[in-house]
Design a protein around this ligand. Structure first.
Ligand code: HAM
Length: 410
């Protein structure tokens, strides 16, 4: 016999029991984001590698280590998308969306790919739900998006904490970067090797280090948030005011480091304590220079993405909140199959969830099966039509199909 085949490392299958929870989450996200004006949006699962190299940033782990990149038969370099924002901006430019009325609000749901070391909550193919608002720097968009993600997480039964900061604009970041580099170089001997190697490329990552010596140095480092210019400070104050009005709690975290280079101004992350090491359940921020970087007109943007698998891992909720009646139509003898089939169709047409016996089980086995699928009613076909209520066990004969539907649907 040939060797056993398995899903590739870091990937997983979604079986129906889990699929149900994902479906509910998706419906909830569609409803929540749709009501805020975010329209359904899709991009391809792969893009020209350049979209991510230019968009996400060469110095990030995502681009330098984690991309699934391959050459197509025409010799073009393609990459399975590691995230959705760069592709959204590429599409905004490609379709001239700056000519539409602004902001353009998009929502998406789908698979993303990063070649990371797999562990609980960290996969090589995972799914994100995301939202982006392009074409306006209005602080109500930053606040609206943060509140939408907070609501999605709360509705999904995820306990989380919001971390919030501002990175200012590109110039502030550049001059702060120089200030930080000078500071780090002066204390080089105390830093971890990894941080030392990155001082030039990405000094901000030093705030992310676990190394005790580095942490001690970083506790004394200058903070970007103290260097914001007047306009950025005002923008951040407005975002915070809006969150305060909405009674949204947050921790100001001036050392918040996101793993992508395109952020400007507002950045945020929701962490869930129940997730352990991979505690980031969702995050995002403003990226006012990204569209331009990808060849479009200067265009502000803000958005977030959250991991579907992490939401479901962190959720303490049983998704069993479908209040539909569930009928199981028992088939005492095979020749009654046709009658049962008609009844199951009538039940579904009238809004119930209905299944019938389809595996030749004994009556006892069929009642067990009814239990397994969470049936509220069992219908028994035969010379007489009977409906049994699972809760309480009451069983009665009904005169016809109409009476049967009433008995099940109430
Ligand atoms: P991100 O923080 O890289 O942001 O990813 C967002 C979320 O995707 C994370 O919080 C996490 O829940 C999930 N995620 C990331 N990597 C993995 C993985 N390997 N396995 C499982 N889940 C994962 C972005 O992707 C930005 N595009 C967000 C954004 C949108 N910023 C502005 N607009």
């Amino acid at each position: 016999m040939a060797g056993k085949l398995q899903a590739p490392r870091g990937t997983f299958d979604v079986l129906p029991a889990d699929g149900e929870r994902r479906q509910l989450l998706r419906e909830n996200a569609d409803d929540l984001l749709g009501r805020a004006g975010y329209g359904p949006f899709e991009t391809p699962a792969f893009e020209d590698t350049e979209v991510f190299a230019r968009g996400v940033g060469q110095s990030t782990d995502i681009v330098s280590k984690e991309m699934f990149t391959f050459e197509d038969k025409g010799g073009r370099s393609l990459t399975l998308r590691p995230e959705g924002t760069a592709g959204a901006c590429r599409a905004y430019v490609e379709h001239g969306m700056h000519k539409l009325s602004q902001p353009v609000k998009l929502r998406y749901w789908g698979p993303f790919f990063r070649h990371e070391a797999p562990q609980a909550g960290r996969y090589r193919q995972f799914n994100q739900v995301g939202a982006e608002a392009l074409g306006s720097d209005d602080p109500t968009l930053d606040a609206e998006l943060i509140l939408l993600l907070a609501e999605l997480l709360e509705d999904s039964g995820v306990e989380s904490r919001l971390k919030l900061s501002s990175l200012g604009n590109a110039e502030t970041r550049a001059s702060y970067g120089e200030e930080l580099r000078t500071f780090l170089r002066a204390r080089e001997g105390e830093l971890s090797e990894e941080v030392r190697a990155r001082v030039d490329a990405n000094p901000l990552r030093a705030f992310d280090a676990d190394h005790p010596g580095t942490r001690a140095v970083m506790a004394e480092a200058p903070l970007l948030i103290d260097r914001l210019d007047a306009a950025d400070a005002e923008h951040f104050a407005e975002v915070r005011g809006l969150l305060d009005d909405a009674e949204q709690e947050y921790d100001l975290d001036p050392t918040l480091v996101r793993g992508l280079d395109y952020y400007t101004r507002t950045v945020f992350e929701f962490d869930s304590p129940s997730l352990g090491a991979q505690s980031g359940v969702g995050g995002g921020g403003r990226y006012d220079g990204l569209v331009e970087q990808l060849g479009g007109p200067p265009t502000p943007g803000v958005g977030w993405a959250a991991g579907i698998e992490r939401i479901l891992l962190a959720s303490d909720e049983d998704p069993d909140d479908l209040e539909l009646p569930v009928a199981f139509v028992a088939v005492p003898r095979p020749e009654l199959r046709r009658m049962a089939f008609g009844i199951v169709r009538a039940l579904r047409d009238s809004g119930a969830r209905a299944e019938m016996e389809q595996a030749g089980r004994s009556m006892k086995g069929q009642l067990k099966q009814a239990n397994r699928i969470g049936a509220t009613h069992v219908v028994i076909v035969g010379d007489e039509l009977e409906v049994k209520e699972m809760e309480g066990g009451e069983q009665r004969v009904v005169a016809d199909e109409q009476e049967l539907l009433e008995a099940v649907l109430g």
